[in-house]
Design a binder for this molecule. Structure first.
Ligand SMILES: *Cc1c(COP(=O)(O)O)cnc(C)c1O
Length: 432
C-alpha cells in the first residue's frame, strides 16, 4: 500500500501544520471497505464479524465499526470495559483472554459473552454462573503466525484449552451445568492460509463432539500486504472450503453452524499511516550509512523493532514543488537511506531486514531534506495500540480520522507532560 494513496500529500501537509507530527491518520473509507470485505466472508448459515479491538481500540473506531454492524472481540476485561465505555452494547462483545481477572463477573452480569481459554477459567466461570451458555477456546494443535511471536496455536503456545483436553472441558462444563455453545480457535496473526484452513477443519471435527455448539469462531490472522513483496490472504479463497465443509457438516448432522471471524489486522492495518517529519539527516562517512531521523519511532511503531516487520514509507517534500503540487516526492535520484526513530537506542530502527529487527536494510528513496514529511504505511493495526509509549518521555501521538470528504477529525489529542506524570507520587516525607 502506498501511504500517499491513503493520505494525500496536500492533506498530510495540512495536518502537519495544524495538528503536528507525529500523528496517526486513519482513512474512514478504507476502514469501511475492509469491514465490507470481512462481512462478505463465505458462510453457509450466517456470519458475525468481530473486530479484534486490541488492533486499534480508539472509541471513534469502535463506534464506526459498530455502525457498520461489526461485533467485538476483547482480549482482556479492560478492553471489554473500554468498548462498553465507547457505547458498544455488551451483548456485542466477546472476551477471550489469557488473564480472566475477577472483574469478569461484573462483565458477564452485564451480558458480555465469554470464551473460556483454560480449564481453570472454565471452572471459575462455572462457579459464578452455573447454567450459563458459554464458548471455549481450543488450541486445535496447529498454529501459524508471521513470526514466532504471533503464532498462538500448536504445542508451543499457551493459548486456549489443548484439544486433547476436550473431554476434561466437557466434564467441567457438565459439573457446573454450563452449556458449551461456541467453539473458538485463533491460531495466530499473519497465518499461512493453508494452515489456517487446516485448523478450521480440525475445529469443525471438534464441534462434532459437542452437540450443543451452534457457533464456530475461527479467529483472525488474515494476512495483509503492507509492502509490494507481501501477499495478502484472499478471504473468499480461504473461506470457500470452510463454507463447503460447514454445508457438508449440516448435511451429515442436521446442525447449521453460525460462523464467526475475528479480524484485527485485516480491518485496520492498511487503513492507517503515521505522519512523521524528518528531524535530521546524518551520515557515518563515505563508506558509512546515511540516516533519516524521524520525530517518531518505537514510541509510535514498535512492529519493526519487535518483529522485523516491514512498513512502506514515502517522503513528502515540506513544500510542493512548483511543477507538481500534489504528489509525493517524484525525484528520480534515489539514495539508500536508513530510517531511524527518535529513541535513544539503535534498536529504534524502521528500515530493518524482514524478520531481522537488528539488521540494517537501506531503502532507496528520493533525496530527502530536513523538514520533509515521511509517511509510514500499514500502520493502522498494532501501532497506536502497541507502542513503546512514553519511552524517552515522548508524549503519546494524536489520532486522526479522515472522512470520505477529506475532513480530518481529531479522535485523540496529543498527550501532555502533565498526563505523562499524573500518577506519580512524591513520598511525603521524602525517603531518608
Ligand atoms: C489478536 C486476536 C485476533 C486478531 O488477530 P489478527 O491477526 O489481528 O487478525 C483475533 N482473535 C483473538 C482471540 C486474538 O487474540
Amino acid at each position: 500500500m502506498r501511504p500517499t494513496s491513503l493520505l494525500h500529500p496536500s492533506l498530510a501537509r495540512q495536518i502537519a501544520a495544524t495538528i503536528g507530527t507525529p500523528a496517526y491518520v486513519y482513512s474512514q473509507p478504507a476502514l469501511e471497505q475492509h469491514a465490507a470485505a470481512a462481512l462478505a466472508f463465505p458462510n453457509a448459515f450466517g456470519i458475525t464479524v468481530r473486530f479484534a479491538m486490541k488492533a486499534l481500540p480508539n472509541a471513534a473506531i469502535l463506534r464506526l465499526f459498530h455502525k457498520l454492524n461489526l461485533h467485538f472481540d476483547a482480549s482482556s476485561t479492560h478492553e471489554a470495559y473500554r468498548a462498553i465505555r465507547a457505547g458498544i452494547p455488551s451483548a456485542k462483545i466477546s472476551i477471550s483472554t489469557q488473564e480472566l481477572s475477577p472483574d469478569f463477573i461484573e462483565l458477564l452480569r452485564m451480558g458480555v459473552l465469554v470464551n473460556a481459554c483454560s480449564l481453570a477459567q472454565l471452572a471459575a466461570i462455572g462457579q459464578h454462573f452455573p447454567g450459563l451458555q458459554i464458548g471455549i477456546r481450543l488450541n486445535p494443535g496447529t498454529g501459524s503466525g508471521s513470526t514466532g511471536k504471533t503464532n498462538v496455536g500448536g504445542p508451543d503456545a499457551s493459548f486456549g484449552i489443548w484439544h486433547e483436553y476436550l473431554d476434561d472441558a466437557i466434564a467441567i462444563a457438565h459439573h457446573n451445568h454450563l452449556q458449551i455453545i461456541r467453539l473458538h480457535t485463533h491460531i495466530g496473526s499473519g497465518s499461512d492460509p493453508l494452515v489456517w484452513q487446516h485448523a478450521a477443519l480440525q475445529s469443525l471435527a471438534l464441534v462434532r463432539r459437542i452437540p450443543t455448539i451452534h457457533t464456530l469462531n475461527l479467529g483472525g490472522g488474515y494476512k495483509v500486504a503492507r509492502t509490494e513483496s507481501e501477499h495478502a490472504t484472499d478471504l473468499q479463497n480461504v473461506g470457500t472450503p470452510i463454507k463447503t465443509a460447514i454445508q457438508d457438516f449440516a448435511a451429515q448432522t442436521n446442525r447449521q453452524l453460525h460462523l464467526e471471524i475475528e479480524p484485527g489486522t485485516f480491518l485496520t492495518a492498511n487503513s492507517g499511516v503515521i505522519l512523521t517529519r524528518i528531524q535530521d539527516i546524518t551520515d557515518t562517512g563515505t563508506h558509512g550509512r546515511r540516516f533519516l531521523k524521524l520525530d517518531s519511532g518505537m514510541t509510535e511503531l514498535l512492529r519493526p523493532p519487535l518483529y522485523g516487520a516491514q512498513h512502506p514509507v514515502e517522503i513528502v517534500p515540506a513544500t510542493p514543488s512548483p511543477t507538481d503540487t500534489s504528489a509525493a516526492s517524484t525525484s528520480c535520484t534515489r539514495h539508500p537511506y536508513i530510517i531511524v526513530g527518535h529513541c535513544c537506542e539503535s534498536g529504534d530502527l524502521l528500515t530493518c531486514a524482514p524478520g531481522e529487527p537488528d539488521t540494517l536494510a537501506p531503502r532507496e528513496l528520493p533525496i530527502a531534506h530536513i523538514g520533509d514529511l515521511c509517511l509510514i504505511g500499514g500502520a493502522g493495526a498494532y501501532c497506536s495500540s502497541m507502542s513503546a509509549k512514553n519511552y524517552n518521555s515522548f508524549p503519546e501521538a494524536p489520532e486522526i480520522l479522515v472522512t470520505a470528504d477529506n475532513s480530518a477529525l481529531l479522535i485523540r489529542r496529543r498527550q501532555t507532560l502533565d498526563q505523562i506524570v499524573e500518577n506519580e507520587i512524591l513520598p511525603n516525607p521524602p525517603p531518608a
